[in-house]
Design a binder for this molecule. Sequence first.
Ligand code: SIN
Ligand code: MN
Length: 352
Amino acid sequence: MQSRQPTQATQPRHRVQPMHSAQPRQPTIATENQVATLPITPALPAVATLPITPAPPATATLPITPALPDTDVEPTTPTESSPVGAGSGRASVLVTGSASQQRGRRGDPGAGHTGLAMTPPAEPLMPAELGALLPRPRREVAPGAVHLPDWLDGDEQRRLVEACREWGRPRASGEPGMRATRLPSGGVMSVRTVCLGWHWRPYRYSRTVDDGDGGPVLPFPRWLAELGRRAVAEAYRDRAAGAAYEPDIALVNYYDEQAKMGLHQDKDERSPDPVVSLSLGDSCVFRFGNTEHRNRPWADVELCSGDLFVFGGPSRLAYHGVPRTRPGTGDPAIGLRAGRLNITLRVSGLGA
Ligand code: SIN
Ligand code: MN
């Protein structure tokens, strides 16, 4: 995420696309899921806290449920280093919907692909629904920033949701797993986060969950790095760039209906290698701005479940954020009953 006060020499150097070799990992934690494919895990236990159950306990700490404690408040006061409200400006670009979203909002009769062919909608379509009917080609939103709609198929999405659920589980130590991050300003982020590889808290990375139980961060699995390599190769149509991509950080964010993320730069990493973003569940408006400031110009891109967005090169430090999600647009078949998950892969450049 964003930083003006790196504490572990995390100030990024503005190099252009250097390639990194694999970083050694902490031997104590790098033991799980070290396979080259997405994990195929058995059916979830009934106690899963992702929203496949109607009423998770109030103490559930993997807050992937529509009924969360509303203790988190999106910071509204812009500070130099904290996220800010994304503002209410109109989108300069709006790309909405996807083939997988053509069903429209769940429960909207007639918004589905075939439904529209048969039955005209009773009321005018809102822009998001209208957009859902349009093809979504791959698009370079800005130099080095590429959107690949529907990049993950349904099985891949389900496996990723399953993996997120595992990563977000509470731990025996009392560490809640996925939880809201407290900002230095005193505000609490409205998204819930769990980290792999390196733990992020404003505005630095560490190998331990320093604002939690102090225990080791979850390992970054090899299969996820492999997915990142494929993402970079396909986004940039550059096999060599993909092969050289060595992500060692994943930030897994969960957005409930209210959650949003203010415009910020991802600049706590020391590497200028691209950020790979994967979206699951509800669609959102992803605001992708410029590298100078939080004001226009920006593009509003509709990110739907399964979409890939990669930003690197001249766009690596572009301000970006999520001013809103679109509750009810996700497909429960991927295992996420409500809300949106986003996984960003990054290269720390911090060494082992
Ligand atoms: C992030 O900026 O770290 C997350 C963006 C997203 O949720 O799409
Ligand atoms: Mn970010």
